[in-house]
Design a protein around this ligand. Structure first.
Ligand code: SF4
Length: 64
């Protein structure tokens, strides 16, 4: 699983970095992916953040 951010949709609310700070951080008012998940537990954390992102800016793809 590969995670990325749609910066056009991200409003910089900080929810993802608060929920999963190992994977997301805010930079210049936008979320950045700082690490990809490497196991199922980490993928669950990412999916959780996806569910709480207010704008649907966190993108999960199967590749990678
Ligand atoms: S939760 Fe969504 S809108 Fe908020 S900072 Fe993260 S990616 Fe951006």
């Amino acid at each position: 699983m590969k995670v990325s951010i749609d910066e056009d949709k991200c409003i910089g609310c900080g929810t993802c970095s608060a929920m999963a700070g190992d994977f997301f951080k805010l930079e210049n008012g936008k979320a950045k992916v700082i690490r990809q998940p490497t196991n199922a537990q980490e993928e669950e954390m990412i999916k959780n953040a996806v569910n709480f992102c207010p704008t649907g800016a966190i993108i999960i793809s199967k590749e990678g």
